[in-house]
Design a protein around this ligand. Structure first.
Ligand code: BG6
Length: 487
């Protein structure tokens, strides 16, 4: 591990994302001692005129401090300094550079290192100009060894052309190893587990293919609407907000081939390949929805046709997956909040138990809430009778790993940016391949060729989506519900 001077610069420091995610994640890292290994300073930059203490006060309210040491809060906040300025202002960024350099060259600082991590908690429209400012005014010119890295939040473009343009603009200023495109789903425990699960278990190796698997669902549901984010959301819609990034990343990890090694580039190579093997999306593979009441938000236009729900079935053209539908489904204002991967196996051939009535084998990975993996399998109904019934092998994390606190996604990912590990970040060619899949569909939606169906808030979404699921071959098990164990 590197030691020495580390500067973390949060641009957009007074905004929502910084307050809710970035600073709390930094605080958690601080609490666990990760930042103390370094001589760390944190800088906040945004347009709002604030003094250091005003920013600290704003951040304080969002820090997760239950059962934790309050002196840590104070010490953490003291690390934070604030500089205000515009996002295209040379003066602002010169001042920022001065503040960073002061601490890099202070006596306390370890000699000979300047590591600068810029975190852009900003709207993408300002990415190019901010990157330019960072490059011109804030990359270390003192000859000290170290690095400059830049962390970007989504949305990274709106379609293939805009994403490529953005990539090109940023690519002129920074090299790919300096660029960290965050997809926070890649920081979730069970998403990170997929690689191990798939490639370290003999159980799965022979089964994970078209011979045995009937269909795969990757599902994201939220039980609330776009509350307060209607203006942003309406520009993007659920496909750009959730499916093109979060669900597609999960899709890659479920469907890709085994990488040569666990090196980040080897893993990302495989992700790109499977994305490139996805067939063009046909209209009949899509159901869109918009919940009733979405347009009541004053920041949403009255005639908006932006989907808040979508089911999209992807088909992969390769030897492993030909003919297996991958059903990506995401929706807001539904009847529950959860994210899961559901791998459904084919029926048992020559079944003598009529077990298909009990339902098929399924392997479910629940990302949230209550992380778990469970395998639905058919067993003899315990007791005197000789009937088959559906049961499960259940690995519920809260029960199995009682001592472990599962880290927040952002906490892990920020730590990776400090360590320089790009495995859980989206590479430029991966981003391009992801946009290539969805851009034609998105353009058709934007042009009004595909219309969303209305659905009631708090429902399962449009009925057409369940029909599509059935058409894709998914067989629902009736009368079986998995209940997470309680401690
Ligand atoms: C964000 C989306 O990327 O992810 C939001 O923009 C969504 O619309 C959020 O609510 C969900 O993240 P999580 O971690 O709460 O599932």
């Amino acid at each position: 591990t590197e030691t020495g001077c580390l500067s973390i610069i949060v641009l957009g420091a007074s905004g929502d994302l910084a307050k809710k995610k970035t600073f709390p994640a930094l605080f958690n890292l601080y609490q666990q001692g990760f930042l103390q290994l370094n001589d760390v300073h944190i800088f906040g930059y945004s347009r709002t005129q604030l003094c250091d203490d005003e920013l600290r006060e704003r951040i304080k309210g969002y820090l997760p401090v239950e059962n934790k040491v309050s002196s840590n809060v104070f010490n953490f906040l003291q690390l934070i300094k604030y500089v205000s300025g515009a996002y295209d202002s040379p003066e602002g960024f010169q001042e920022l550079d001065k503040a960073i350099s002061e601490h890099e060259t202070s006596k306390k600082s370890h000699e000979g290192s300047s590591r600068r991590l810029f975190y852009l908690a900003l709207p993408p429209s300002v990415y190019p100009q901010v990157c330019k400012m960072i490059k011109i005014f804030c990359t270390n010119k003192s000859g000290l060894s170290g690095w400059t890295r830049v962390v970007f939040e989504k949305p990274f473009g709106k379609d293939l052309a805009s994403a490529e343009e953005l990539s090109a603009q940023i690519g002129e200023l920074f090299d790919e190893p300096q660029i960290y495109r965050i997809d926070h789903y890649l920081g979730k425990e069970l998403v990170q587990n997929l690689l191990v699960l798939r490639f370290a278990n003999r159980f799965f190796l022979p089964l994970w293919n078209r011979d045995n698997i009937s269909n795969v669902q990757i599902v994201f549901r939220e039980d609330f609407g776009t509350e307060g984010r209607g203006g942003y959301f309406d520009q993007y819609g659920i496909i750009r907000d959730i499916i093109q990034n979060h669900l597609l990343q999960i899709f890659c990890l479920v469907a890709m081939e085994k990488p040569v090694s666990t090196k980040p580039e080897h893993i990302r190579d495989e992700k790109v390949k499977v994305l490139q093997s996805v067939n063009p999306i046909r209209d009949e593979d899509v159901v869109l929805g918009q919940y009733r009441g979405y347009k009541d938000d004053p920041t949403v236009p009255d005639d908006s046709v932006t989907p808040t729900f979508a089911t999209v079935v992807l088909h992969i053209h390769n030897e492993r997956w030909e003919g297996v539908p991958f059903i990506l489904k995401a929706g807001k204002a539904l009847n529950s909040r959860k994210a899961e991967i559901r791998v459904q196996f084919k029926d048992v051939p020559g079944d003598i138990f009529k077990s298909s009535k009990q339902g098929r084998n399924e392997f479910v990975i629940r990302l949230q809430p209550s992380e778990a993996m469970y395998m639905k399998l058919t067993v003899k109904q315990p007791g005197l009778e000789m009937t088959a019934a559906q049961s499960e092998l259940d690995l519920s994390y809260r029960q199995r790993y009682q001592e472990v606190v599962i880290p927040e996604a952002y906490e892990r990912l920020i730590l990776d940016t400090i360590k320089g590990d790009q495995q859980h970040f989206v590479r430029r060619d991966e981003l391009k391949a992801a946009w290539e899949i969805f851009t034609p569909l998105l353009h058709r939606i934007d042009e009004g060729d595909l219309q969303p169906q209305g659905y009631e808030p708090g429902s399962r979404g449009p009925a057409e989506a369940d029909e599509l699921l059935e058409k894709a071959g998914y067989v629902q098990t009736h009368g079986y519900i998995w209940i997470p164990p309680t401690l």
